[in-house]
Design a protein around this ligand. Structure first.
Ligand code: FEO
Length: 403
């Protein structure tokens, strides 16, 4: 008996990954429900390991493998993605297993060499390439920039399993491996958060992949991502693909994200008046005070918004630092089709508000009128102007959505 055991998921495929219950920070993305690093062992006549786990979880993966097979019997390893949450255990795995071959995409080969400097002998596989490993039949589907240059999916024809690395994944630690065992609301939120924080800049390529998907003519029974539950029914497979399509299309939606911070509650009063104006037009707002909101949750809200309004005090001739952090992060994720504007309170210079407006322009966000800048504390008249910004934003959004 091993401390950790493999879980059988199809006739030939076993889950041999690791559960990271305590993960709360995935390179700056807050992962409040932890994560899993899914690795898979295919027990055909020539056993194949698909992906590995983050380095500290190497022993857990090996224990799961040993529960069903001596690791040395594995003949091949397929590396679908070289980011270290999936490749971190690869050098140790190669050392123990001595596989006959390790497969990766051409870019994967380069990335693995640049990560580990071990001069691995990688067999490169290309998109559309079919290959048999003993009686196990595979097709390689490169998914460049989804979300790294090396990324690829591998389809295991025998059991109809698509190993999709980060694709259709989410950070969710669980011992319930099947998506059908989870509440839809949790799956939807964590999948949206994953898409917003990892895939959003590559939305055009996501749409291209989804359009191409039927042409691959895969007899698909299961999608097995490298994080979170496995999509196990035709209904939930269709559901996650449709959600990905909607998120990638980034059509304007009737919600306003109001990203703000405040020093002496002046910018906060402005933010609340903006939200109230939008509410009077029947449009929902989400206020995110960045001292208390995480940037990863903020982009998740923006994913399903049509407008981004940014409120910042001016501090030392700059935006408030939490707002600068949020806008830097949001800009990198390249949200599209948003309208927006900046507002805020200032003392003796309006630089923070001007910089926020500039950041919105740099993101090609269509500006609504002019920024609202209030000296020190807003008057009732100032707050009415903020309310009108909320109303105007809501009206433009409603108009965009209906036309
Ligand atoms: Fe789960 Fe891009 O690594």
């Amino acid at each position: 008996m091993q401390p950790y055991e493999a879980i059988k998921i199809t006739e030939h495929v076993y889950w041999v990954g690791a559960i990271d219950w305590d993960l709360r920070n995935f390179h700056g993305y807050n992962t409040l429900r932890g994560s899993t690093y899914n690795a898979f062992l295919i027990l055909g006549d020539k056993p194949v390991l698909v992906d590995t786990v983050k380095a500290p979880f190497f022993q857990e993966m090996m224990s799961r493998i040993r529960s069903i097979i001596e690791p040395e019997k594995i003949q091949y390893i397929i590396s679908n993605h070289s980011e270290m949450d999936h490749s971190g255990s690869l050098p140790q795995a190669i050392e123990v297993i001595h596989p006959e071959k390790v497969f990766a995409s051409k870019m994967g080969d380069a990335a693995l060499q640049a990560h580990f400097h071990k001069n691995f002998n990688i067999t490169e596989i290309a998109s559309g390439q079919k290959f048999n490993l003993g009686n196990s039949k595979f097709v390689c589907l490169e998914t460049r920039m989804l979300h790294w240059p090396d990324s690829m999916f591998t389809f295991f024809e025998n059991d109809g399993v698509l190993f999709s690395q980060d694709g259709f994944g989410m950070h969710l630690a669980t011992t319930n491996f099947w998506a059908s065992q989870h509440e839809t609301g949790i799956l939807r939120y964590e999948a949206a958060k994953y898409f917003a924080n990892i895939l959003l800049p590559y939305s055009t390529m996501v749409l291209k992949l989804l359009d191409q998907f039927p042409t691959f003519k895969l007899t698909l029974k299961l999608i097995a991502p490298d994080h979170g539950p496995l999509w196990d029914t035709p209904e939930n497979i269709q559901w996650i693909m449709q959600l990905w399509r909607e998120w990638a299309e980034q059509k304007p939606l009737p919600k306003i994200s109001i990203v703000y911070d405040t020093m002496w509650e002046s910018t906060e009063k402005m933010a609340k008046a903006v939200a109230d104006g939008a509410m009077s037009e029947g449009v929902h707002s989400k206020l995110l005070r960045m001292t208390d909101s995480h940037r990863a949750d903020t982009i998740t809200e923006i994913l399903e918004s049509g407008a981004l309004l940014v409120g910042t005090p001016t501090l030392n001739q700059q935006m408030f630092p939490t707002i600068a952090d949020a806008l830097c992060y949001i800009k990198g994720l390249k949200p599209k089709n948003l309208i927006g504007q900046a507002f805020g309170s200032y003392g003796w210079g309006q630089e923070g508000i001007k910089l926020a407006k500039q950041a919105l322009e740099d993101m090609q966000i269509k500006l609504i009128g002019e920024p609202i800048a209030v000296n020190y504390v807003p008057t009732e008249e100032d707050l009415v102007k903020c309310r009108m910004l909320g109303q105007q934003t809501a009206k433009i959004l409603k108009n965009e959505i209906t036309t």
